[in-house]
Design a protein around this ligand. Structure first.
Ligand code: AMP
Length: 146
């Protein structure tokens, strides 16, 4: 993979408004915030998809978020936060380097829940179809763990 803009930030070649850093992760404010305090938590060793991350890096992202979220929410006068990952281009990913978006949220801020992404054309799925899909994925997970 060619280096991403986030690799350049990790290397110090592009500046950022840093919130947090440890051996595995870096967190900084988004340059084009959706709401005040919009931040990104990235693994220093980047990969486009979550399954390609070192599991320790994946865990470190969420551990960092646990520390960052309440402080960012308080600092921006928000109440809560939306956390999201665009895991690949079909999901809206523009920078192919896994990053957790943290968006501070206020009541009535107009953002809505993640369900607002799909207000129309929701699939009608029967209980049998849901069970079959769950069984398929579960069996692959069990087989790979064996
Ligand atoms: P995504 O669509 O999930 O790939 O989001 C990429 C995010 O990276 C966007 O919200 C951008 O505003 C943000 N971004 C891109 N370049 C920079 C940068 N140099 N510093 C901070 N945030 C950036």
């Amino acid at each position: 993979m060619p280096p991403t803009v986030f690799d350049a930030i990790v290397a110090g070649d592009i500046p950022c408004d840093k919130l947090y850093e440890d051996d595995r992760v870096l967190a900084f404010l988004d340059i084009n915030p959706l709401r005040e305090g919009h931040a990104l938590v990235i693994p220093k060793k980047g990969a486009p998809k979550i399954e390609e991350l070192d599991p320790a890096d994946a865990a470190a992202i969420m551990t960092a978020a646990q520390q960052i979220v309440p402080r960012l929410v308080a600092a921006t006068g928000a109440q809560d936060a939306t956390l999201a990952i665009h895991d690949g281009p079909a999901a809206g990913q523009e920078v192919p380097h896994v990053h957790l978006h943290i968006i501070p949220r206020k009541p009535g801020d107009g953002g809505g829940p993640i369900h607002a992404l799909f207000l129309e054309d929701r699939p009608v799925v029967s209980g049998e179809e849901r069970a079959a899909l769950a069984a398929k994925v579960r069996s692959e997970l069990v087989a790979e763990a064996a």
